[in-house]
Design a protein around this ligand. Structure first.
Ligand code: HEC
Ligand code: HEC
Ligand code: HEC
Ligand code: HEC
Ligand code: HEC
Length: 174
């Protein structure tokens, strides 16, 4: 397996992840193959082209199959790359059936925690990668940050965020 960072850092990261709970848990099985590397990396499609609600509301949202169809009406085959060609044919079948795909959720904070994308992405102008890592390089998207209270507070308490990002219990807990 190729590690995305030098080994000592990876080991320290793994130890920290164990201490914090489960940051490096394996991603859940998805019902259908979807590569962020192909879309957000190689094809350079912007994150919010598909996750439109990240800038408009609390949840980022996962695109509907209609959005996939909008592009894949035109992107149907790849004669130069047999593997991609096969995956595009499999996609064609799924799109023709017209059934929604139930993607497995990868990130989730408990219900008692209040978190909104809009305030972080628009008001605080944080890039997706600050919390989700280099998704554009991932074949299968996985959680890289622990999403624990300590992790949220670590950023909220940075000098540059003082007075803006809340540290009161009730700001994050409903
Ligand atoms: C062409 C559409 C498309 C683009 C572009 C795209 N995504 Fe996604 N994204 C999806 C789909 C579909 C899923 C659900 C399947 C999965 O988890 O792989 C998803 C899932 C995710 C998830 C996990 C959601 C969860 O359940 O927790 C994150 C995080 C994410 N995307 C971030 C990004 C970021 C960051 C970018 C830009 C670098 C990006 N996405 C670009 C379509 C897209
Ligand atoms: C804005 C255009 C666009 C959108 C929207 C889009 N795709 Fe793609 N998709 C592409 C391009 C470009 C390729 C690469 C084709 C190639 O290189 O031959 C691709 C390749 C693929 C492939 C084959 C490679 C792989 O990822 O395994 C699958 C499967 C796929 N897309 C599924 C989806 C799904 C599911 C959605 C909706 C969640 C989606 N696409 C939305 C443009 C798009
Ligand atoms: C400040 C950290 C942070 C930033 C920045 C951030 N996210 Fe998230 N993201 C989270 C957290 C925390 C969750 C889990 C939220 C929950 O369970 O309600 C999440 C969940 C998601 C999900 C799955 C659930 C949902 O809301 O639909 C997607 C998709 C997603 N993020 C995409 C993005 C994209 C795309 C960007 C950039 C435009 C982005 N995120 C920026 C922290 C962040
Ligand atoms: C990388 C930095 C960073 C991380 C990580 C982060 N935040 Fe924030 N958060 C901010 C900043 C900056 C603001 C202030 C935005 C503004 O100026 O309104 C903020 C604002 C907020 C607010 C107040 C605005 C609102 O939406 O009501 C809440 C609540 C919040 N964050 C919850 C969380 C939670 C919960 C987590 C962890 C799951 C988290 N944040 C992780 C930087 C971060
Ligand atoms: C910046 C956001 C944020 C602030 C401020 C915050 N919390 Fe949390 N808290 C979280 C998140 C995210 C979780 C869920 C992840 C975890 O358990 O670490 C959590 C979890 C918890 C839990 C549940 C642990 C469990 O086992 O389920 C308790 C209790 C808690 N917080 C108490 C507090 C108290 C008391 C304060 C004020 C001193 C506070 N929190 C301030 C984000 C925050």
């Amino acid at each position: 397996m190729r590690l995305p960072f030098p080994r000592p850092a990876a080991i320290a990261g793994a130890v920290a992840a164990l201490a914090l709970g489960c940051a490096a848990a394996a991603p859940p099985e998805q019902p259908f193959r979807f590569s962020h590397k192909v879309h957000a990396g190689d094809a350079r499609i912007g994150c919010t082209a598909c996750h439109a609600y990240a800038e408009r509301g609390p949840v980022a949202g996962v695109p509907s199959m209609a959005r996939c169809q909008g592009c894949h009406k035109f992107v149907k085959e790849d004669k130069e790359n047999p593997q991609l060609d096969q995956e595009l044919k499999a996609l064609r079948k799924v799109l023709d059936e017209g059934k929604p795909v139930a993607w497995a959720r990868v990130h989730r904070v408990p219900d008692h925690v209040f978190f909104t994308h809009q305030r972080h992405v628009v008001t605080a102008a944080l890039a997706c990668r600050e919390c989700h890592g280099e998704v554009e390089k991932m074949e299968v998207v996985r959680q890289v940050a622990p999403l624990t209270m300590g992790w949220c507070l670590q950023c909220h308490q940075l000098p540059k965020n003082r007075g803006r990002a809340p540290t009161d219990c009730w700001a994050c807990h409903k």
